[in-house]
Design a protein around this ligand. Structure first.
Ligand SMILES: *[C@@H]1O[C@H](CO)[C@@H](O)[C@H](O)[C@H]1NC(C)=O
Ligand SMILES: *[C@@H]1O[C@H](CO)[C@@H](O)[C@H](O)[C@H]1NC(C)=O
Ligand SMILES: *[C@@H]1O[C@H](CO)[C@@H](O)[C@H](O)[C@H]1NC(C)=O
Ligand SMILES: *[C@@H]1O[C@H](CO)[C@@H](O)[C@H](O)[C@H]1NC(C)=O
Ligand SMILES: [Zn+2]
Length: 494
């Protein structure tokens, strides 16, 4: 341990690593005083009715991912990193939600998905009753038929039944509907749907509009239906329903004349933010900006679900760089939403469904590039980012890890070393953070069960049974959003 201690001391004392201003004790005193003044202001609680609800879900965005994303964001802005603040860090209330460690990626346990009601459950929505209520939107970086977004509208015994082409014959014969079809048929009046997943909407073997040569991107539907057309046809006469598949098409829309918007920008999941083609694919924050401006047209408010869905995928592949850039992009979307809405009438909640066995450390010095220089206190350097398990496992001899000296571990697709070999890295079991801002955000303040979150959000918006605090001026509950309560329960289960 001795060389380590010496090294640590050397690092702590190494004045050059610490920004000049931080060497002045007055800097820290002033900062603490300002934080204290902000905290005292929170005694005046925001008890308004939340007209709008926004739920940002970072799939797999555990606390270690949030911290690493903060450092990355700061370093992308040419800071040392540690001192920077994420947009979610600026939310005044933070809680922890307990997480069920159950359910590895790819679990397709029947009944899990079919048990809880979708947030936009049609029966409770009384069909067109939604016209009297809030506008709703779904934005995701995965295919829109993927687990989290589909929880909002579909009931499926298997999360992989994206189209009937993925379903076994007996399920089809038994009358089960694929998820894409439910997206179009269950709730024809979701105002905004943006993400990936084009191929599940088109007949088998139909070429993709963006990748006409690529067989793997062709349509998958066995029922020969064109669901994009069906989506458009299902809209009431006189309403404008726009479908876009290209970033330019999305950004060129005159939103004041669009009533319904469907954007599917990739055949499957959207491309990782780091690899994104900025001509053809919108970023998550661009999609969120369009969604909010669309939904804000509804005078009764809106509910928007934003999923940073590929943080999870990056981690499963052991590709920390991909995962963290996804998390930073989700944070940009949060910042943008914050600027487009007001704390007076919009409750924003940021959370994750679960963590990952992702960690970083190793006594790297202050300002160390998050993907960069490994600690040098061991003979074989160890990059600071590691996974508990996953595809990056590399033991080259008894008791010897791969020598990373010659490895480009700053590469976008570098798979960080892991302790246990697994084809896919797994979810983590510890609590996840919940950040809240806006009306009744203070209800999210301690260590809670995950399913408490939608209860708090529903209370804030005067939806459901807890409405004693809603004054006469408050709008009536929107029946469509009642089953919103079950969303996080469902996320917990999958
Ligand atoms: C799709 O194309 C493949 C090969 O290109 C062919 O074998 C198959 O029969 C086609 N399926 C349909 C439904 O057209
Ligand atoms: C957008 O559409 C509205 C309503 O049709 C119209 O008044 C407005 O001029 C349009 N804006 C642009 C930039 O075309
Ligand atoms: C789009 O990507 C290209 C190539 O990576 C880059 O040179 C360009 O600056 C990007 N444009 C925008 C608007 O981000
Ligand atoms: C790792 O490789 C570097 C050069 O690539 C070498 O200098 C170093 O001694 C190696 N370390 C071990 C523990 O093999
Ligand atoms: Zn996962």
């Amino acid at each position: 341990m001795k060389p380590l201690l010496v090294l640590l001391l050397a690092q702590l004392c190494s004045a050059s690593l610490v920004p000049e201003r931080e060497k002045d004790p007055e800097y820290w005193r002033r900062q603490a005083q300002e934080t204290l003044r902000n905290a005292l202001r929170l005694q005046r609680l925001n008890q308004n009715v939340a007209k709008n609800l926004i739920l940002f879900l970072g799939d797999g965005m555990g606390v270690s991912t949030v911290t690493a994303a903060r450092i990355l964001k700061g370093q992308l802005q040419h800071g040392q990193g540690e001192e920077s603040l994420l947009e979610m860090d600026k939310f005044p209330f933070v809680a922890l939600a307990k997480v069920s460690p159950r359910g590895a990626h790819g679990d397709t346990t029947p009944t899990t998905r079919s048990r809880a009601g979708g947030i936009f459950e049609p029966k409770l929505g009384q069909g067109r009753a939604k016209g009297a209520g809030k506008a709703v939107g779904i934005v995701t970086t995965t295919r829109v038929t993927h687990a989290t977004p589909s929880a909002a509208y579909a009931h499926s015994a298997n999360r992989d039944w994206y189209s009937d082409g993925e379903m076994p014959p007996d399920a089809l014969e038994g009358g089960c509907k694929d998820i894409a079809r439910q997206l179009v048929e269950n709730i024809p009046d979701i105002e905004v749907i943006l993400g990936g997943g084009r191929k599940y909407m088109y007949p088998k073997n139909v070429s993709d509009v963006e990748y006409p040569q690529e067989e793997k991107h062709r349509g998958t539907r066995l029922d020969h239906r064109n669901l994009v057309q069906a989506w458009q046809d299902a809209k009431p006469r006189g309403k404008v329903a726009e479908y876009v598949w290209h970033r330019r098409g999305l950004l060129a829309l005159n939103l004041s004349r669009v009533d319904f918007l469907l954007g599917l920008f990739e055949p499957g999941d959207m491309v990782y933010e780091l690899d994104r083609n900025n001509e053809t694919d919108p970023s998550l924050s661009e999609m969120v900006s369009v969604a909010i401006r669309m939904l804000q047209k509804n005078p009764r408010g809106f509910f928007l679900l934003v999923e940073g869905g590929r943080i999870d995928h990056g981690h499963h592949e052991g590709k920390a760089k991909q995962a963290l850039h996804e998390a930073v992009e989700l944070d940009r979307a949060i910042g943008l939403a914050t600027r487009l809405t007001s704390t007076q009438d919009t409750l924003s909640v940021v959370t994750a469904d679960h963590s990952h066995v992702f960690t970083f450390g190793g006594y790297t010095p202050r300002g160390n590039p998050i993907f960069g220089e490994p600690s040098t206190w061991t003979a074989n350097p160890s990059p600071s980012i590691l996974y508990g398990n996953g595809p990056g496992y590399k033991i080259v001899a008894v008791r010897a890890r791969e020598n990373v000296s010659a490895v480009d571990f700053a590469h976008a697709d570098y798979q960080a070393q892991s302790a246990v070999p697994l084809r896919q890295e797994t979810h983590g079991g510890e609590d996840v953070a919940v950040f809240a801002r806006g009306p009744m955000a203070h209800l999210l303040h301690g260590v809670h069960e995950q399913n408490y979150i939608p209860h708090a959000m529903a209370y804030a918006a005067c939806i459901g049974s807890n409405r004693g605090h809603c004054n006469a001026a408050a709008r009536p509950a929107t029946p469509l959003l009642l089953p919103f309560l079950s969303l996080l329960l469902l996320l917990l289960l999958c």
